[in-house]
Design a protein around this ligand. Structure first.
Ligand SMILES: [Mg+2]
Length: 214
């Protein structure tokens, strides 16, 4: 039985990614910026890096040593297993550069993260000099897919999923999405951890069931 397809982002959703960036910035650029100060999703802005420096930072952030060392976020593995046990399909949908595919697959396997699909989507139309991104899937192609629920940390993607695709979104609260006005249509729930995400999902299911009963 396929109960529905669920969209799950990787970085800062399954993987505790950006919390590792301040130490990378300090090590490679001799700059001190705290995690809480990462208030823009654009790391060039949050870290005060120009385009070339940002390209260098992104290369470091996607290097094998760095990607391999990311830790899963608490509750992520168990939650994906619960969804699968309930008959849902999991699509992991990332905006990482597609050339990180092998490392990403290895990381997911290493941490026993269960999923059905791994999609590399051009979420941010990133143009970074020196880095070639060839994405398998455009946002337009993503919009043709039929998800029943999504978990994201990007406010722009949360808006795209809720506004353009009418999908309920659990937005994991992070410093870079706090200033955003992102509650229109009531499809976006701000969540502080995976317990909150699962609570938002169960509430949505309950509401659907009640609606069907009426
Ligand atoms: Mg993310």
């Amino acid at each position: 039985m396929n109960a529905g397809l669920i969209y799950i982002d990787i970085d800062d959703v399954i993987s505790d990614t950006t919390s590792t960036f301040p130490s990378l910035l300090e090590k490679h650029f001799d700059k001190a910026v705290s995690f809480e100060a990462i208030t823009s999703f654009d790391l060039g802005i949050s870290f005060g890096l120009d385009k070339e420096e940002l390209a260098r930072f992104m290369t470091i952030a996607h290097s094998p040593e760095v990607i391999t060392a990311y830790k899963p976020r608490a509750g992520a593995v168990e939650s994906l297993n619960w969804f699968i046990g309930m008959g849902y399909e999991i699509a992991i949908v990332t905006g990482r550069p597609p050339d990180s595919k092998r490392l990403t697959q290895e990381w997911l396997i290493k941490h026993n993260i269960s999923f059905h699909h791994l999609l590399f989507v051009d979420k941010y139309s990133r143009v970074i000099p020196g880095l070639q991104f060839t994405f398998a899937i455009s946002l337009e192609a993503l919009a043709q897919m039929n998800f029943c629920f999504a978990v994201e940390d990007s406010a722009d993607m949360a808006r795209f999923l809720s506004h353009n695709m009418q999908i309920p979104v659990a937005l994991l609260d992070r410093p870079w999405n706090r200033d955003e006005d992102i509650m229109p249509a009531g499809l976006i729930n701000r969540c502080h951890n995976w317990d909150d995400v699962m609570e938002a999902f169960r509430l949505r299911e309950q509401n659907n069931t009640n609606r069907l009963k009426k």
